[in-house]
Design a protein around this ligand. Structure first.
Ligand SMILES: Nc1nc2c(c(=O)[nH]1)N[C@H]1C(S)=C(S)[C@@H](COP(=O)(O)OP(=O)(O)OC[C@H]3O[C@@H](n4cnc5c(=O)[nH]c(N)nc54)[C@H](O)[C@@H]3O)O[C@H]1N2
Ligand SMILES: Nc1nc2c(c(=O)[nH]1)N[C@H]1C(S)=C(S)[C@@H](COP(=O)(O)OP(=O)(O)OC[C@H]3O[C@@H](n4cnc5c(=O)[nH]c(N)nc54)[C@H](O)[C@@H]3O)O[C@H]1N2
Ligand code: SF4
Ligand SMILES: [Mo]
Length: 748
């Protein structure tokens, strides 16, 4: 497709050559659009509704979508700028092959030739080393249709057990904890329950920067008189307006939850009838938390005993409540224990499954929810089914028209796939919608493993930092170039609508996958003509599973403003609130609202252990990592959006004035943070909003500014989530700027 001439360049050239759009799409600037397309934002799990302005088959701007479900016209800074990425000159318009003699190390390649090469390499590697020698890494920014297709592609077309996805870095501790306690992994309530709660407890979630629209729900609760409790090592923007702030030491939340439960039991702030009728396992947990006295809890968590008592009383005495948590408690080598601790506190209160009484983890990526349900996880089949369960395998094999015995078994997690490369077991890799070199911890190791691969193909719309190690790059589709569904933060399935066609030789991701299947001579099951057909098969494959989409259609989504799963039948409206009295689910079959054969929720002993790498004399500080409002994940997309770069151009090291004084570091100075993995020199940002024993660095940058070169690769033994939220570090003033200071190109 021809691009507009360069002279059409308009408002955005003020962002300089590295961030301008020289092929000259006129952006917004008062254009009359040819049409407005109602869809949702491509970034976080809130999935705000947005209307994209299309002019001359280009996305040139946006309008708010005022009656969108959930967001009602609201958007954050990333949402209002998202339309700028499609016109960036780095957008991949052709396939690429690695060519050291070409500028940038890559040369364009014909699409058909590229697909043929990929198929030939897959065939060669699998023939020589077995089917599992080829691995697949996928992502939860993909639509549910694509996520489903990727799981099927790995198991049926490639026949490899080695597939996993970037939600391994994100949602899995919450998922594992929820399954252990409730038998199902979804927000228990719609967000409309938040404003009805008397107490909102927020642990490890930077709500205002990372789930900005949720702020509004929390503030509505506050308007109605609710008390807001925030637990974080940093006074994040939402904490500035809370009633009680608990400055927890990173990695100690389970101690806090146990300590609060201890006080709830001691003061009889528990719901005996709910515990008796609706749960099992309380006695063991009660026994376990007996030792978590306020004093011991204070020692472990670094929170004053009086504050812990106040929190327990606020929570304990409430008549209605909503507990939210996010990666702050989940990104830990004991992330699942933290989640179980939180859920124990909710179950003991009996405040769940009712109006104004709720619990949820805040989903991260655009399709963090739908992307974790239908088979792109290493141990999972569609419908939230278990790949090791013979009945589950048989159900899905029937829909796929394959022999259940031919389906591979469980594979290994996303990080372990790289360790399998080191061991020589995995020789080839296909990645789509994942940037592991920036996003995985101890990332120099990941880079070495990428270079050890015999063959690596990446599918993306930008040449992300990981794809720079690829042999072949295939140009995939941007969010607005395809249709499909995603399941947002509340468990509501919504529709993404196509606004424009793929430019150049770029193709919709699902077409690329099917083209590879065809080139491999294994097209059976990969001949869908449109996303709707994939969705219809997914509905059948999920029927009877825990995540049941059988009764969901594109039309029902449009009509109802989304459909909450489970929705098992055509005449079923969906299930906004889980665990209501009298509700039915396919596991309990009427025995009770929870997804276990007896219908009861499980208390689980939540054991405390310190972080995998605790502080010591050499590394006396706790390094924690996370996000800023204007950047998204590995930054591949948002570092190409000029106004967002302007808002926060480079990572900075947040530290407390007391620590700054001790180390002789002033605000704006260059400082070097070191861990056992490496060192990184960045500007210091002295803030009173952080614990003096903690430093915080956002992780959205690649190359020498990437904090993941320093993070620890310890993982939770159950969920396999990496411990991004704490490792031991030291900090010192740097003599001057590093040579990479001020470098702003996207691949910095
Ligand atoms: N702007 C923006 N928004 C995003 C994203 C983005 O990249 N940028 N990404 C999306 C995705 S995929 C995700 S997963 C979510 C993440 O959303 P959040 O989990 O809210 O974001 P994080 O910054 O990772 O971490 C949250 C908070 O945890 C705190 N924390 C660190 N260690 C601990 C601890 O041990 N205990 C407690 N209680 N708190 C701790 C940090 O100080 C931080 O304020 O955001 C989504 N939204
Ligand atoms: N230190 C530290 N590291 C972290 C975290 C942290 O808090 N601290 N957070 C972790 C978390 S919660 C997450 S979710 C991960 C995220 O880690 P990643 O998944 O690696 O992050 P993304 O930047 O979303 O990378 C996705 C890539 O997919 C591309 N992409 C997006 N949408 C599509 C699509 O529809 N099709 C195709 N083909 N490509 C697409 C983007 O261009 C980008 O290159 O990072 C984790 N890493
Ligand atoms: S990034 Fe999240 S909060 Fe911001 S507009 Fe997009 S979906 Fe909404
Ligand atoms: Mo995430």
């Amino acid at each position: 497709m021809a691009r507009p001439p360069a002279e059409a360049l308009d408002i955005i050239d003020r962002y300089g050559p590295h961030r301008s759009y020289p092929h000259g799409v006129r952006l917004d600037a008062g254009l009359d659009p040819d049409r407005l397309v109602k869809t949702h934002c491509c970034f976080c799990g809130q999935q705000c509704g947005i209307q994209l302005k299309v002019k001359d088959e280009q996305v040139v701007g946006f309008e708010p979508w005022m009656d969108a479900p959930f967001s009602a016209g609201r958007l954050c800074p990333k949402g209002v700028r998202r339309y700028l990425q499609g016109s960036h000159p780095d957008r991949l318009l052709t396939a690429l092959r690695r060519d050291p003699s070409a500028p940038g190390g890559f040369a364009p390649m014909g699409y058909e030739e590229a697909v043929a090469r990929v198929a030939a390499e897959i065939g060669r590697i699998q023939e020589a080393h077995g089917r599992d020698a080829f691995a697949v890494l996928t992502g939860a920014s993909l639509t549910t249709e694509k996520a489903y297709l990727m799981g099927k592609f790995a198991r049926v077309c490639l026949g490899t057990r080695n597939i996993d996805y970037n939600g391994r870095l994100c949602m899995v501790s919450a998922g594992a904890g929820n399954k252990k306690a409730f038998g199902v992994d979804r927000a228990a309530n719609p967000w409309s329950d938040i404003p009805k709660a008397e107490v909102v407890w927020i642990s490890g979630a930077n709500v205002a920067e990372c789930a900005p629209i949720t702020t509004d729900y929390v503030w509505q609760a506050r308007e109605h008189g609710a008390k807001i409790i925030v637990v974080d090592p940093r006074i994040t923007p939402i904490a500035r307006t809370c009633d009680l702030f608990l400055p927890v030491k990173p990695g100690r939340d389970v101690a806090l939850f146990n300590g609060v439960l201890h006080l709830m039991i001691e003061n009889d702030w528990i719901d005996h009838e709910f515990i008796r009728a609706r749960t099992v396992g309380f006695e063991k947990v009660a026994e376990h938390v007996r030792e978590w006295t306020p004093r011991r809890t204070a020692e472990a968590t670094g929170i004053a005993e009086s504050t812990i008592r106040r929190a327990a009383e606020m929570w304990g005495r409430a008549k209605s409540s909503f507990l939210l948590h996010a990666r702050g408690i989940e990104h830990h080598s004991h992330g699942v224990q933290n989640v179980l601790g939180a859920i124990n506190m909710v179950l003991a209160s009996g405040r769940i499954g009712r109006e104004g009484c709720g619990y949820a983890t805040i989903t991260g990526q655009a399709n963090g929810q739908g992307g974790r349900e239908h088979g792109q996880k290493c141990d999972q089949l569609p419908g939230g089914r278990d790949i090791a369960d013979p009945a589950h395998r048989a159900a899905v094999a029937k829909v796929w028209d394959v022999d259940p015995d031919g389906l591979p078994g469980p594979g290994v997690d996303a990080y372990e796939i790289f360790r399998e490369v080191e061991r020589g077991h995995v020789k080839g890799l296909l990645s789509i919608c994942f940037n592991p070199k920036v996003s995985l911890p101890d990332s120099d190791y990941v880079a070495r493993m990428l270079d050890k691969l015999d063959f690596y193909v990446a599918i993306d719309f930008f040449l992300n930092d990981t794809a720079r190690h690829a042999d072949v790059v295939l140009p995939g589709s941007l969010h607005e170039e395809d249709e499909g569904t995603v399941t947002q933060i509340e468990g509501r399935i919504i529709k993404i609508n196509k606004a424009v066609a793929c430019p150049g030789e770029a193709r919709q991701d699902w077409r690329i996958i099917q083209d590879i299947a065809a080139a491999l001579g294994r097209p059976k099951g990969f001949t869908f003509r449109e996303p709707r057909e994939i969705f219809d098969e997914l509905r059948r494959a999920s029927a009877g599973g825990v995540c049941d989409y059988a009764g969901v259609t594109y039309e029902k989504i449009e009509r109802q403003g989304g459909v909450f799963w489970p929705c098992p039948a055509d005449d079923h409206p969906g299930t906004p609130r889980l665990f209501e009295e009298g509700s039915w689910n396919p596991v309990a079959r009427g025995a009770g609202p929870y997804y276990f054969p007896d219908g009861k929720a499980r208390f689980n002993v939540a054991a405390y252990s310190p972080p995998a790498e605790d502080v010591d004399a050499d590394y006396p500080l706790m390094l924690t990592t996370g996000r800023v409002v204007s950047q998204f994940l590995s930054g591949t997309q948002t570092r190409r959006i000029g106004p967002l770069v302007d808002q926060y151009p480079e990572p900075r090291i947040e530290l407390h004035p007391r620590l700054a004084a001790e180390l002789g570091i002033a605000d704006g100075d260059w400082a070097t943070v070191e861990t056992r993995r490496g060192a990184c020199t960045l500007r210091a940002m002295v803030v009173t909003t952080i614990r003096p024993d903690v430093i915080f660095v956002p992780y959205h940058w690649a190359g020498p500014k990437s904090i993941n070169r320093l993070t620890v690769s310890a993982q939770d033994p159950i969920s396999k989530i990496p411990e991004y939220k704490v490792c031991a570090a030291r900090l010192s003033r740097a003599p001057g700027p590093p040579d990479y200071a001020g470098r702003l190109e996207p691949q910095q």
